[in-house]
Write a new protein. Structure first.
Length: 452
């Protein structure tokens, strides 16, 4: 071996040694999971134009094994893989030691909703535009792309599955949609899911809340202002309707809009953005309140999706809490391994008046506070630290070994007081009313429990 070759070999070995310890120095790789040979060739050719190494696997099992074996900067998954195996690849990519952003290729939109719920970052048509896909791959593979916003849609409750099925049915259409659910149930997340699974995914997603504004101000914000003093906000002058053109306009608390503004929504129809609106009321309550124009409600009726409150799908709470824990760990650099069993049990028993959003906020606080250890009961706020017996499932018969009745009743009293305070945001006057007590009696009970 000559001297030049020896130096080159030494430099190569040095680079490989450094790359083994520094993931950022390693050559970029994109995993392609697709059974269609022609599609694999086309995708691999496009990946090489970005100076990135393509790694192709034609079976889902092989792609999953590859994700477990080594790091990738991006994963392209063909949803035409048999038996929904593409979803399994996406889930494995998200569960990898270093989660891998995934782009799902959907044949005529099929499987888009499932892929997004599994964690796909983007959905593109299987008959893709090479220029747009190349730009998307470049953006996602450099690690600087912003994650999708919104509360994750997690859950196996029948009503959640039903809502997701409705999203899958209407996402590919331009039909207007009405999302009904209490505050914090994830209405904006469902709106973003509708947008991401639609043909408008490349367009803007604009979320606005104009409830309570005077009629003139609401119309100016929504449809723009032709004259008058200049507005420093360019988007505000044009109006949110124009800003969302070609994409999706999400309007919160639509039943709080002035009647004339609702009428103008009807007049504009399908001109510009797709309309997705939300209300905190149930569909029958909207009709009874009379706050939504009958013509607008009739137009939204076919696209109505109702989201259940968290207290009605308690079995989803552990999965939601775990998902939030992983997100906060990754975002804040924490290493919290999980929740103690009594903590998870307590979270599952709480009524969550703020729904999923309240759970997310609490988990974020707990994970940041715990740092690297497990979340334990003492980490919970005072109103959640009291151990609660599930009286709906527990037997009402006296156990053979007897029971400490005073302790049992004290535990029940403490749990109910805690729930009353939680529902009233700590307002002792209102909590006392819920419990049929004088405020002084409630304060004394709290003092005895060292909660006050």
């Amino acid at each position: 071996m000559n001297a030049v070759a020896g130096i080159a070999t030494t430099d190569l070995l040095k680079r490989r040694f450094l790359q083994a310890d520094d993931p950022l120095a390693m050559p970029k790789r994109i995993l392609i999971a697709a059974a269609d040979a022609a599609l694999v060739v086309e995708l691999a050719r496009l990946v090489r134009t970005l100076d990135i190494e393509p790694v192709a696997r034609t079976r889902a099992a092989a792609a999953i094994a590859a994700l477990g074996a080594g790091p990738f900067d991006l994963c392209l998954v063909d949803l035409a893989l048999p038996a929904d195996e593409g979803i399994a690849v996406i889930m494995k990519a998200q569960a990898a030691r270093r989660p891998v952003a995934t782009v799902a290729l959907a044949p005529q939109g099929a499987g888009a909703v499932e892929a997004l719920c599994a964690g796909a970052a983007e959905i593109v048509a299987r008959r893709f535009c090479p220029v747009r896909l190349a730009a998307l791959m470049r953006r996602l593979s450099d690690g600087t792309a912003a994650p999708r916003a919104g509360v994750p849609i997690v859950g196996d409750h029948p009503r959640v599955r039903q809502a997701l099925e409705r999203v899958a049915e209407i996402a590919a259409t331009d039909a207007p949609v009405l999302l009904c659910g209490e505050t914090g149930t994830g209405k904006e997340s469902f709106a973003r899911l509708l947008h991401a699974a639609s043909a408008r995914a490349a367009g803007p997603f604009v979320a606005v809340n104009l409830a309570g504004l005077p009629e003139s101000a609401a119309e100016a914000e929504l449809f723009g202002q032709d004259g008058g003093p200049a507005n420093d906000n360019e988007v505000g002058r044009a109006g949110w309707w124009a800003a969302a053109s070609g994409g999706t306009l999400f309007i919160e608390e639509v039943d709080g809009l002035p009647a004339r503004t609702q009428a103008r929504l009807l007049e504009h129809g399908d001109d510009g953005p797709r309309i997705v609106v939300a209300s905190r009321l149930a569909p029958d309550e909207i009709a009874g309140a009379g706050r939504l124009l009958p013509a607008l409600q009739a137009r939204l009726q076919a696209g109505t999706i109702e989201l259940p409150p968290l207290r009605e799908r308690r079995e989803d709470i552990p999965a939601l809490a775990e998902g939030f824990r992983r997100q906060v760990n990754a975002r804040e650099g924490r290493k919290v391994p999980g929740f103690a069993l009594d903590v998870m049990r307590r979270l599952s028993q709480h009524d969550w008046p703020g729904n999923v959003r309240e759970l997310e906020n609490l988990v974020e606080r707990l994970v940041v506070m715990a740092g690297t250890r497990m979340v334990v009961m003492k980490d919970l706020p005072a109103h959640l630290r009291i151990q609660v017996i599930d009286f709906e499932r527990a037997t009402r018969r006296l156990p053979i070994g007897g029971v400490d009745l005073r302790e049992l009743l004290a535990e029940l009293e403490g749990a109910i007081i805690a729930e009353a305070l939680a529902r009233t945001a700590g307002n002792r006057n209102r909590a006392a009313e819920l419990l049929g007590l004088n405020r002084t009696t409630l304060v004394e009970k709290l003092r005895r429990r060292s909660v006050a």
